[in-house]
Design a protein around this ligand. Structure first.
Ligand SMILES: *Cc1c(COP(=O)(O)O)cnc(C)c1O
Length: 379
C-alpha cells in the first residue's frame, strides 16, 4: 500500500458490529465479562480501547512500523520512552530541542539519576564522542525546532547500532509524509500528534511507533502501568485528521516554499531558516531523507531587535500568534518569549534562538493572503 492510501486505510477495518466505516467512539471505561476473564479482548480502557486501538494501528501503518501507541500528549509519549531507562543511564540528545522536552529531561528525569548530553547533531560523528558504557539512548529531532537544522538519521542509526543503543526520533515536524525514521534505521518514532497528524489544532496527543516486538511490549507495559493514555473522542479526531495528512502536507510544503522565498528576498529580513534552500548547511541530507521541505520556517529580522519582532507578530492578521504548529491555519510564534522561554537565554542563543527569531507554521490557506499578511506586518 502506498502512503496516500495508508493514511486512509492503513490498519483499518470496518466495525464488525454494524459495518460503520469509521470506528465508533467507544466512550467506555470498562467492558462486560460473561464470567471472570470472559471478555472480547477488552477489559479496561487504560489498557485497551477499540477506538484508540484503531488509531494505534493507523500510527504504525503510516510510519512503516509494526506497533503503535497513543498517549495523552507528545510529552507523555517521550516520558514513556525515558522510562525504559534506569538511574545511571545516559542519553545523548539534540541541543536544539522542543522546549518542553528539554524541561522534561532536565527538570524531571535528571532528578531520577538519568544523565543527558545536549549536543549539536548536524555533524553526526560528534555523537560518538559522547558514547560510553552507560549510554542507552540517542534522542533526535529533525528538522529541529525552531532552527530547522537537519540531522542525518541514517548516520545516527549506524552509530546506535554499532554501540547497541536505541535511537528515538521525534518526527513531529516532518511527519511520515516527508520522512520515515524507522526505514532510515531508527528504533522508535515519536510524534506530538497534537501537530500535523491531528492537523486541526483541536487535540493534544502523543504517539510512538516501533517495529521490534520486545521493545513494543516494554512500551505497552509502561503505557498501561503509568497510564498516560488518550481518550476515545480524541483518538477518533486524530484518526480523522490522519486521513487528509498527505494532501495537507502537500499544501503545507507548497505554501512553505513560496513564503520562505518571499522572506529571503525581503529587505528587512536578515536570515531565513528553511531546509529547502540550496545554501542551507544540511540541504543535501534534507534532500536525501525527506520527500519535500515542510511548512515550518524561522527567520530573523535585520538588527535583531526584540521589540520589532514583537510588533511584527502582533500586526499579523491571518497568521495567529500562538504556540503549537501543524494545523490547517497559519500560526506565528516568538520562541524566545514563548515555546523556548523555559530554556536559559545563554543556552538558547548558543543554538541560534535569538531575540528577533520568529517561527512560522505555514498553514494551507491561499498563499497570496499569507504573503500579503507578512508584507503588511513586516512593513
Ligand atoms: C509540541 C511538541 C512536542 C510536545 O508535544 P505535546 O503534544 O505538546 O505534549 C514534542 N516535540 C515537538 C517537536 C513538538 O513540536
Amino acid at each position: 500500500m502506498k502512503f496516500n492510501t495508508k493514511t486512509i486505510h492503513g490498519g483499518q477495518e470496518h466495525d464488525p458490529a454494524y459495518g460503520s466505516v469509521m470506528p465508533p467512539i467507544y466512550q467506555t471505561s470498562t467492558y462486560a465479562q460473561s464470567t471472570p476473564g470472559g471478555h472480547k479482548g477488552y477489559e479496561y480502557s487504560r489498557t485497551h480501547n477499540p477506538t484508540r486501538n484503531a488509531l494505534e494501528k493507523a500510527f504504525a501503518s503510516i510510519e512503516n512500523g509494526t506497533y503503535g501507541l497513543a498517549f495523552g500528549s507528545g510529552l507523555a509519549a517521550i516520558d514513556a520512552v525515558i522510562k525504559l531507562l534506569k538511574p545511571g543511564d545516559e542519553v545523548i540528545s539534540t541541543n536544539d530541542l522542543y522546549g518542553g522536552t528539554y524541561r522534561l529531561f532536565t527538570k524531571v528525569f535528571e532528578g531520577f539519576g538519568i544523565k543527558f548530553h545536549f549536543i549539536g547533531m548536524e555533524n553526526a560523528h560528534r555523537v560518538e564522542e559522547y558514547v560510553n558504557e552507560r549510554t542507552k539512548l540517542i534522542w533526535a529531532e529533525t528538522p529541529t525546532n525552531p532552527m530547522m537544522n537537519i540531522i542525518d538519521i541514517k548516520a545516527l542509526a549506524a552509530i546506535s547500532k554499532k554501540h547497541g543503543l536505541l535511537l528515538g526520533v521525534d518526527n513531529t515536524f516532518a511527519t511520515p509524509y516527508l520522512q520515515l525514521p524507522l526505514d532510515l534505521g531508527a528504533d522508535i518514532v515519536m510524534h506530538s500528534a497534537t501537530k500535523y497528524l491531528g492537523g486541526h489544532s483541536d487535540v493534544v496527543m502523543g504517539a510512538l511507533v516501533v517495529s521490534d516486538k520486545e521493545l513494543a511490549d516494554r512500551l505497552y507495559f509502561i503505557q498501561n502501568a503509568s497510564g498516560a493514555v488518550c481518550g476515545p473522542q480524541d483518538s477518533f479526531l486524530v484518526l480523522r485528521g490522519i486521513k487528509t495528512l498527505h494532501i495537507r502536507m502537500q499544501r503545507h510544503c507548497e505554501n512553505g516554499a513560496m513564503i520562505a522565498r518571499f522572506l529571503k528576498d525581503h529587505p528587512k529580513i536578515e536570515k531565513v531558516y528553511w531546509p529547502g534552500f540550496e545554501d542551507h548547511p544540511n540541504h543535501e541530507i534534507a534532500k536525501s531523507q525527506m520527500r519535500d521541505f515542510g511548512g515550518m520556517i524561522s527567520f530573523v529580522t535585520k538588527g535583531n531587535d526584540y521589540d520589532e519582532a514583537i510588533k511584527i507578530v502582533e500586526r499579523l492578521k491571518i497568521f495567529t500568534l500562538a504556540e503549537s504548529l501543524g494545523g490547517v491555519e497559519s500560526l506565528a510564534g516568538h520562541p524566545a518569549s514563548m515555546t523556548h522561554a523555559s530554556i536559559p537565554k545563554e543556552e538558547r542563543e548558543k543554538t541560534g534562538v535569538v531575540d528577533s527569531l520568529i517561527r512560522l507554521s505555514v498553514g494551507i490557506e491561499d498563499v497570496d493572503d499569507l504573503v500579503d499578511d507578512l508584507k503588511q506586518a513586516i512593513g
